[in-house]
Ligand binder design. Sequence first.
Ligand SMILES: [Zn+2]
Length: 56
Amino acid sequence: MPFRTYMCVVCGWIYDEEHGHPEAGIPPGTLWQDIPADFTCPECGAGKTDFEMVEI
Ligand SMILES: [Zn+2]
């Protein structure tokens, strides 16, 4: 299954499953569904529900 990418619809910050988000303790390869429900956008603080999957 290929990695997918999710975008914060509020500010446009991108979460790429392949790269993770090490700054927040999320290692590379972490699937979006495995990210804690209380994850918030590092740029604007929006919640997980404010992200949408995007095709690149
Ligand atoms: Zn954001």
